[in-house]
Design a protein. Structure first.
Length: 160
């Protein structure tokens, strides 16, 4: 079950719920073991494929493609840039501040009609647990970028 806490945004002077990550991340080895349990593929085979997926995705995205992993979503390169007022000052190398990977979860249409739901999110099955306001997000490298409010930090979110 996921966790949340009440957080105050100094910038907007409002309170909002913030998702909090607890404990260490689930590593590739554990995901591989879980996948092996529900398939006919061995743990070592799953780990071998998962170990190569980042390089394969980079190769395809560096060709200007997006990568679609069915049931998960879409990945593509995006640029963090700064603009210039005069076209004569345009310099791609100087204006690109960072290259990020954007992840867009796959979406499916709900049987009820026009609404969609995102892959990995089944809000009807999630039971959120409130933590005290002083609870810390234990995502390595910062706040996890999962605030859901106005203070999300894109610099620490590897998925952008």
């Amino acid at each position: 079950m996921p966790f949340w806490k009440k957080t105050f945004s100094k910038r907007t002077a409002v309170y909002y719920p913030q998702a909090i990550v607890q404990g260490k991340p689930v590593e590739t080895e554990t995901i591989a073991k879980d996948l092996a349990k529900i398939s006919t593929v061995s743990n070592s085979d799953v780990q071998a494929v998962l170990g190569d997926i980042a390089g394969v995705m980079h190769t395809r995205m560096s060709q200007g493609k997006s990568v679609h992993i069915k049931g998960l979503g879409y990945f593509r390169y995006v640029l963090d840039t700064k603009g210039v007022k005069n076209l004569d000052d345009f310099d791609f190398e100087k204006q690109v501040q960072a290259v990020r990977v954007q992840f867009v979860p796959e979406r499916t249409k709900l049987p009820s009609g026009g609404a969609y739901t995102r892959a990995l999110v089944d809000s009807e099955e999630l039971e959120w647990i409130e933590l005290p306001a002083d609870a810390k997000d234990t995502t390595p490298g910062g706040d996890g970028g999962g605030s859901g409010g106005d203070d999300g930090n894109m610099d620490v979110n590897p998925l952008g």
